[in-house]
Design a protein around this ligand. Structure first.
Ligand SMILES: *[C@@H]1O[C@H](CO)[C@@H](O)[C@H](O)[C@H]1NC(C)=O
Ligand SMILES: *[C@@H]1O[C@H](CO)[C@@H](O)[C@H](O)[C@H]1NC(C)=O
Ligand SMILES: *[C@@H]1O[C@H](CO)[C@@H](O)[C@H](O)[C@H]1NC(C)=O
Length: 219
């Protein structure tokens, strides 16, 4: 909008000068010499104005490109994350246990390390709109009182609205219906984000568990 405005302004100014010049050229022949000098200086001025117009357009365009790169910094975002671990059909898996103690230390999976690359969707169904991928690890680290994992992952968000990563880290106490985990940073549209994600278990079906992440963000 603003660049169109400045183009208009430059054109109006330019047209005005051309009109003045044309008027001058219609003068009687006796003043030709004087006109020639004036015309020369007017042409010089006209080219300066044209260049200034170009400079103005360039500056305005640079400004609008800088605007496009500015982080959007939403104050909240939510998604569902679907984690499939150890299905017999290997191609369905989005998570793998990459290390585990070679004995059942406590019967609570203590010491197991899982790496995942899970789809993130708007709704709980796999057919729901994709918003990105959740990539990271969780490791079972509670020896005595129940399932709990240290969860660290990056939500790589790629939608027409937002583009960037949100980084999560902290204890995920899986037996609680609702738990919180810290947002420790972000990039792109989430540049320098801090925040809290409220995690609820949406469903556990065999080898697939779906969690809902409701993320509040501060910058
Ligand atoms: C771990 O414990 C489960 C259930 O108690 C048992 O079925 C399994 O064989 C044990 N695994 C190892 C490696 O001891
Ligand atoms: C988001 O950013 C990535 C990496 O810069 C890029 O490949 C992708 O096309 C972007 N997506 C959108 C919707 O702009
Ligand atoms: C593996 O995935 C298939 C297809 O989604 C599902 O029917 C099956 O129950 C899964 N296996 C387990 C152990 O959950």
């Amino acid at each position: 909008m603003s660049s169109f405005f400045s183009v208009d302004l430059a054109l109006i100014f330019h047209n005005f000068l051309v009109a003045q010049l044309t008027q001058l050229c219609n003068c009687p022949a006796s003043t030709r010499a004087r006109i020639a000098i004036k015309r020369h200086s007017f042409e010089k001025m006209r080219s300066i104005v044209i260049w200034m117009g170009f400079l103005l357009i360039f500056v305005v365009l640079c400004g609008s490109f800088a605007d496009a790169r500015k982080p959007r910094r939403p104050s909240s975002i939510h998604f569902y994350m679907r984690d499939t671990l150890q299905n017999k059909t290997k191609s369905l898996n989005t998570a793998y246990m990459v290390a585990a103690p070679n004995s059942n230390l406590t019967g609570l999976k203590f010491g197991a390390v899982i790496v995942f690359d899970d789809p993130l969707t708007e709704g709980p169904d796999l057919t729901s709109k994709r918003v990105g991928r959740g990539q990271g690890t969780y490791m079972y680290d509670n020896m005595y009182t129940g399932f709990s994992a240290l969860l660290g992952f990056s939500a790589i968000i790629d939608t027409p609205h937002y583009n960037g990563t949100i980084n999560f880290f902290g204890a995920d106490r899986l037996t609680l219906p609702t738990r919180e985990i810290s947002v420790v940073g972000g990039t792109g549209d989430f540049e320098l984000a801090r925040g809290i994600a409220t995690i609820t278990t949406n469903s556990i079906d065999g080898d697939t568990f779906i969690i809902h992440c409701n993320v509040r963000l501060y910058y």
